[in-house]
Structure formats: C-alpha cells, structure tokens
Design a binder for this molecule. Sequence first.
Ligand SMILES: [Zn+2]
Length: 368
Amino acid sequence: MKLTLKMKMRSLTRNKEWMLEQSMEEFKSCVNDWLNAIAQLREKPNRGNLHRFAYKRIRSEHPQLHSNVVQDAMNLAIEIYRSWLKKGGSFPEFHSDVIYFKGVDVKIENNGLVVPLMGERVYLPLYVPKKFKKYLQHKHGRVAIKRIGKDWYAFVSINVPEKEPIKPIGTIGVDLGYYNLLVASDEKGREVMRVQGDVLIKHKEHLERLTARRQQRLMKRFGTYAKTNHKDRKFVDDLNHKIAKELVLKAKQLNRAIVLEKLKGLKGQKRSKRLRKILHRWSYADLVAKIVYKARLHGVPVIFVSPRGTSKTCSNCGYYVKGFKNERVFRCPKCGFQLDRDLNAARNIAKRAFLPAVNGEASSPQRR
Ligand SMILES: [Zn+2]
C-alpha cells in the first residue's frame, strides 16, 4: 500500500533555500507554460500529443529544471486542466508553492533528500520521526516539496509491502458511539475493548474553559474574538490514532477480523438518529479510516456490515425490540437476556459478518 510521509525540513543554508525557491518559481512558470500550451493545442490534451506539441520549446525555456521535472509539470498541467473542465470558471493558473520530483531522481539518505536543483544534486536535511524510519527503508515514489508558511516540507510517497493477512478464527464487532466512543466485542459477547466518550467531553470542557479565558483576554486587548478549532482537531486526531492502534493490535493478537458498520451504501434509507449524532459531533469517518489503514498494514481483515438494527436486536436470540430507546442496558423481552447496550450492538455486528473460515464456505452471508 501507498503511504505519504510528511516531514519537515531542517533549516537550510541560504544558498540551498535560494535554489529551492528559484526552482519552485521555475516550476510554477513551467506548469503555467504547459497550461498555455494546452490552450493552444486545440485538441484534448494527453501525455502524448501535448508532449509532441510543446515539450522541446518548454524544455528549452526552463534549462534549470531537470527534464523529469518538466514532464511532471506537464502531467500536473493536464490534471489541472481536466479538473477545470469539470469545475468551470476562468482558465486555470498555477500558484502553489510546490515542486515535484520523480522517485528515481530523488535519493533518500542520512535523514534527508538528495534532489536535482538547478543542475546540481542538493542534499536537503529532514526531521525524520522515529516511526517513519522503518518505512523509509522501502522503495519511495514521487516526492513533493512544499512551502507552508515559512517552513518547508517534504511529502514522500512510499510503497509499503502489506503484511501477509492473518487467517481469522473469528470476528470482533465494533460499535462506535458517543456515550462510548468504541465498544468492541467478539461474537460471544465478550468485551474486547471499550473507550468511554467522556474523554471527548472532558477535553471539550477543558478547551472551552481555556478558550473562554483566552477570548476574554483578546476581547479586552483587541475587542475581538478568535477561533480555536485546530487544538480540537489535533486532539481528536491523536485520540483516534491511539484507539485505532489498540484495536488493530488486539485483533491481531486474538487472530480475529474487525467488523465495522457500513455507513454508506444504505441508499434510500434514513440514517438512524444515533448515527447522525455521531457523525455530527465527532470525526467518526476519520476513526474508521485510521482503523482500515492500520489494519491493512498489520494484515488484519476488515469487514463492513449493514448497521440496520444492530442496537435494537437481541444478540442472544435475534429478537428485534422495536421500542428500544436510549437505556444503557439492553433487555430482551423474549428471552430475558441482558447486556450493556453497546456491547450488545458490538456483538450483533461481530455476528453479522460472514467469515468463510468460521461460518463455512457453503453458507451464505447473513442479511437483514
Ligand atoms: Zn433475546
């Protein structure tokens, strides 16, 4: 699978920074030259006809750029043009502070990159987080260097070989909510993991207090308010990382596939109030994405199932309790079974997945 590693550049010598700036400006004008060429081409541009039409000229106008960078500029121009065709508006111009390099033109060594800039090979030192080191041993692809504010960043795409997938002996159903962010259960109703939602509430309250104080100060000094959303996002991002990691490692340890509720694909059906609430308040989709991605890295299968009725169905006898509302404990009027409501839902989710290794090849996937 492909990963993109974002790494901050260490401070550069003035000369290197100048070379980078010059190259980036050059790249910008090169992309715009390609866009102008597309405007003159009078047929739909592709890598073949556009190259034949203008490569020689544009190449000679940008002698400082590596030939592969000139070609990458062309590919980018085609992409920009195509998205403009869809979106419309005035003819596109390229302004981004970025330059791309092909993987073969970049060497990764000594915690840095060696890239071709203005006819030289230039070493650019990076801050490489410890957890990235193992990824950097694999083959890298395209590299982008961007300027964000005053800082420079490298975006290195890496092809990481996926782990041999495990052969699961069972499933772990995952119920995501707000009261409990996550409750995971096996198909027998044994709790595997639980993350209570109050971490989020506590953090929100903490932030609100901080913000209120800050707002008061700002109001006094400048007569205005400020927004503080990024802290929230960072916290949720870190939290989701931790939750996803723990879940995937547990699944791997227990040799089980992860089962999640599918939120899309429920066409023509209203999302339940419960799901709407989650989707609204907390980046549910982000957690799901992180679980899926970490599971792939660790060879843990992920199965999506329909969310219909998972919290209103008895995980013991399958009875659907129509009037079940927001009580914390699920009680089945038919068989008398009782279980924490989220654990009951998680167990239903675990049972809903079809696993050939468990259910046998002959049986068909359970549908509801
Ligand atoms: Zn029951």
